[in-house]
Design a protein. Structure first.
Ligand code: ATP
Length: 269
């Protein structure tokens, strides 16, 4: 099959276990994603409609994209990603791509459409007095039309991510659109420990490594930054032994010392 610019059609390999922490959130998401896809008949019988859209919000690097992948994997759904690049295209181009993505997703159902940085499409209309319809307004109205059209489509779910939930146009939050809003927080101590374990389990690690201590020493680090500490530690071990690297405590310590979190206490919602 051909790959249409950035639209990937595949079932990701990431599973829920690859995501550290976020136990309750994973459970909620699992239910919201699996029920409509696996039990759509039950919904019809009861005459209720399942959630069509889920909005994930929270700081960057805390697994919103990874959650979308795990959701697709768990339901064996194809994942169609629509990223920030498309929001700044020439007039008409972004809309055509968006319509095309929905069309493909309907044909490939069960499927999940992931809209990354959705505030780029759907930020609050500025309400300026000009009569010009902006590129953004046209994208938003396309998105609204497509989401309303999903009423008849079975097994298509829209997951969207943003770091700026307050910037989302309220039209998207009406019933039948993004009915479920989930906050994806930065990891607490226990979650950091689990995230470090997820990424360290792919490497050969020495007995002296104390991931609990690394977790305690990484307050405010995101999942992405913790993954980066593991990669750095792995690289340091490789420098010592390129054939059979064994990652030791000193590698983790050095990796930690050379890293700094981007989040500050104030930035956490
Ligand atoms: P952005 O807002 O920047 O798009 P995001 O919230 O979508 O970020 P991801 O892209 O899912 O974050 O995460 C970035 C990387 O960090 C991923 O490669 C993932 O492996 C790692 N990561 C983040 N959170 C976790 C977690 N809870 N468990 C394991 N890995 C994580």
């Amino acid at each position: 099959s051909s790959i249409t610019r950035g639209v990937t059609v595949k079932i990701p390999k990431v599973s829920w276990e690859d995501i550290g922490g976020l136990r309750d959130l994973k459970k909620k998401l699992q239910q919201a994603v699996e029920w409509p896809i696996k039990h759509s008949d039950t919904f019809s019988r009861l005459g209720i409609s399942p959630v069509r859209g889920i909005l994930l919000h929270g700081p960057p690097g805390c697994s919103k994209t990874t959650l979308a992948k795990a959701a697709a994997h768990a339901t064996q759904a194809s994942l169609f990603s629509f990223g920030a690049d498309y929001y700044s295209m020439y007039v008409g181009e972004g809309e055509a791509l968006l319509r095309n993505t929905f069309q493909k997703a309907r044909l490939a159902a069960p499927s999940i459409i992931f809209l990354d940085e959705v505030d780029g499409v759907a930020s609050k209309r500025s309400g300026n007095s000009s009569n010009q319809v902006t590129v953004e307004e046209r994208l938003l109205s396309t998105l609204l039309t497509e989401m309303d059209g999903l009423e008849e489509a079975k097994g298509v779910l829209v997951l969207a991510a943003t770091n700026r939930p307050d910037a989302i146009d309220s039209a998207l939050m009406r019933p039948g659109r993004f009915d479920l809003v989930l906050y994806v927080p930065p990891p607490d101590l226990e979650a950091r420990y689990e995230i470090l374990q997820v990424h360290a389990r792919k490497m050969k690690v020495a007995d002296d490594v104390d991931l609990q201590r690394v977790a305690e020493d990484t307050d405010l680090f995101t999942g992405a930054e913790l993954e980066n500490i593991c990669s750095k530690a792995g690289m340091l071990a490789m420098r010592e032994n390129i054939f059979e690297p064994i990652v030791c405590d000193r590698h983790f310590q050095a990796a930690r010392t050379s890293s700094k979190p981007a989040l500050t206490q104030q930035k956490i919602e």
